[in-house]
Design a protein around this ligand. Structure first.
Ligand SMILES: Nc1nc2c(ncn2[C@@H]2O[C@H](COP(=O)(O)OP(=O)(O)O)[C@@H](O)[C@H]2O)c(=O)[nH]1
Ligand SMILES: [Mg+2]
Length: 596
């Protein structure tokens, strides 16, 4: 057996270079290799544009948006002394600034291609400020901004998040859920209030949920340089003693306001003094180290599979050209029988999946029914309590409305998270065995071909399954909280007075909010199943077509005594040698010290 990790004397070639050479080689192999070539190009692109999601977290008014603005070098995101609406903003690199608003329901996205910097700022303010979009009535789910800031050039995606523990408590929950999809986070404290209970509670919950967490102590311009040291030690101590973070945890003192001023006036000295220069350097270092390590690992495994797949098909074609024609025809027949068997199994899988989907719908109906009952009870109690507080007075609709405005988003926000997670787990649980089975089917196909034609077989090393790459998703939804105004002179009667009517409206509200939630989850189930089936069929078809074509083309040529066979074999042998060398280079890189 060859040594899997030969000692590297010459440093291995960079992964991007190996991939580039592979795509050149694949390019010369004709249309049959077009999908493989495409995959190679995608891997190269992924290496070049690999993204790291960095969330900026903290309680409201700590200076999160000011800090992001300082990094961008302009006052783009709205900042305010009052809390802003609960909408996360994703900022990624592009040469031209641009912003897109995504809505929670079916409204089409809205994009702004600004002619000036001020235009983009005004556009954003229309959607993410409390004054322009109170309580997020417009139903914005997410904002994406493209910006030319050099810091973002390497694939850093900054995410300005709504404050934890602010107006709606479920923001905190949504933040924690969302964190698992981020690569790193910066938590912003500010020197004016000492760490609050909300902050400490949040940080305790976050431990271990995000791979890398940095801390910032903002607004240091309020205090003298001597006090900064004391403040930093104090925050470190609290972080350690109350939230359980190690004493060595990175904590950067800075003034986002000064940083922003420095950037706006191109004042390098102030940029250094503001503390932002040190933080920016740290971020760049983090990006360089972490990003390349994680990406290199993932792309390398995929590249190995891609080369192994291309090599297998080239060897298959080569062997088909040299094999006795009778034996070749026999092999093709056996292979076609195997294909039929696989088609049959695919059909069976399709039937089972349809059944699983039905059962999942039933499960959802049951959960929604349960929730409907609980929500009705909950809202009835909330309204009854609000009415009780008013004693014998005629019910004041505005005060009941205020109670509902805060209770409904919190209650349904929590239920939304719970059910989305539950249904997501069920979908994963149901699809997982089919995914494994589909991977097995594809491998059986390749293995059969390898055995029939006596060529080496390489089991895939990267995770081949159909993982759908998602952008971090912030769970927000518009909940119905509005009471219909009661007629002014409505009196108590046997058909129910104003109290009775308010309680009935509460029940209707419970039903309609649960229905919204049920409908969104229903769509989610159907989407996941549809995507799964389409991808499964496409992948199997691609492997089938590619493998069979390599053999069938050879049969054709042999039957017609094609004169070009000798030349073709030479061409194939050259391509095989080239890809084998690249494969070896890839493996050498994987074993070389310094990686990992
Ligand atoms: N003095 C001072 N004020 C700041 C600093 N950073 C932010 N602020 C102010 O704090 C308030 C809240 O800032 P904002 O960025 O909207 O906070 P967010 O809610 O955490 O996004 C605004 O009035 C900012 O001008 C800072 O470094 N120093
Ligand atoms: Mg903000």
């Amino acid at each position: 057996m060859p040594n899997p990790c030969p000692v590297a004397e010459i440093p291995p070639q960079p992964l991007a270079l190996i991939l580039e050479q592979s795509t050149w080689c694949l390019q010369g192999l004709g249309d049959d290799f077009a999908p493989t070539l495409q995959r190679g190009r995608e891997l190269l692109k992924r290496l070049a544009t690999g993204r790291i999601h960095l969330a900026v977290l903290g309680q409201f008014k700590r200076g999160k948006s000011t800090f992001v603005n300082a990094l961008l070098g302009e006052e783009l995101l709205p900042t305010a002394v009052v809390p802003l609406t609960a909408i996360p903003t994703f900022i990624e690199h592009a040469t031209r600034p641009e912003a897109t608003i995504f809505f929670a329901d079916d409204q089409p996205d809205e994009t702004c291609h600004p002619a000036s910097g001020g235009e983009l700022k005004d556009f954003l303010a229309r959607y993410v400020t409390e004054s322009a979009n109170p309580e997020n009535r417009l139903g914005v789910a997410r904002v994406e901004v493209c910006h030319p800031a050099p810091l973002l050039r390497g694939g850093l995606v900054l995410i300005d998040t709504p404050g934890i523990g602010s107006t709606f408590r479920h923001n905190t929950l949504a933040t924690i859920n969302f964190l698992s999809q981020c690569d790193a986070a910066i938590f912003v404290f500010s020197v004016d209030p000492p760490p609050t209970e909300v902050e400490i509670d949040f940080l305790k919950q976050v431990q271990g949920k995000v791979p890398r967490l940095f801390f910032i102590l903002n607004k240091t311009d309020y205090i003298s340089p001597a006090e900064r040291r004391t403040a930093r030690d104090f925050f470190r101590k609290v972080l350690n003693e109350q939230a359980g973070y190690p004493p060595s945890t990175a904590l950067f003192s800075l003034s986002a306001r000064q940083g922003l001023e420095a950037r706006k006036n191109s004042d390098e000295k102030l940029w250094q003094e503001s503390g932002l220069a040190a933080l920016e350097a740290h971020l760049l270092e983090f990006m360089a180290e972490e990003k390349s390590r994680v990406l290199d690992q993932a792309v390398r495994l995929k590249a190995e599979d891609l080369l192994a797949d291309a090599l297998m098909r080239l060897r298959l074609a080569n062997r088909s050209l040299e094999m006795p024609l009778v034996r070749l025809r026999e092999c093709l027949e056996i292979f076609d029988e195997k294909l039929e068997e696989i088609d049959h199994q695919l059909q069976v899988t399709g039937d089972i999946l349809a059944g699983e989907r039905r059962r999942l719908h039933e499960f959802l109906e049951k959960e929604a029914g349960k929730l409907r009952g609980e929500a009705e009870k909950f809202l009835d109690q909330v309204i009854a309590r609000a009415l009780y507080r008013e004693g014998g007075q005629p019910p004041e609709q505005n005060s009941v409305q205020a109670v509902l405005d805060s209770a409904i988003p919190e209650y349904f926000g929590k239920e939304n998270l719970r059910l989305t997670k539950l249904v997501g787990q069920k979908i994963d649980q149901l699809l997982k065995p089919h995914q494994t089975r589909a991977d097995e089917l594809i491998e059986t196909l390749r293995q059969t071909a390898a055995e029939l034609f006596a060529i080496p077989y390489h089991a895939p090393r990267s995770d081949q399954s159909f993982k759908i790459e998602r952008k971090p998703y912030w769970v927000t939804r518009k909940w119905s909280t509005r009471l219909t105004p009661l007629p002014k002179n409505l009196k108590n009667s046997i058909f129910g007075g104003p109290r009775q009517q308010l309680r009935e409206q509460g029940l209707e509200m419970a039903v309609s909010n649960v229905e919204n939630l049920r409908w969104a989850l229903f769509q989610n189930i159907d989407d996941s199943f549809r995507r799964f089936s389409t991808q499964l069929t496409a992948r199997l078809e691609e492997t089938k077509a590619a493998t069979r074509r390599a053999i069938a083309t050879a049969v054709e040529r042999r039957q017609h005594q094609d004169d070009s066979i000798a030349g073709e074999r030479e061409r194939l042998a050259a391509a095989i040698a080239e890809l084998e060398a690249l494969q070896e280079e890839l493996q050498r890189g994987e074993c070389s010290p310094g990686r990992q």
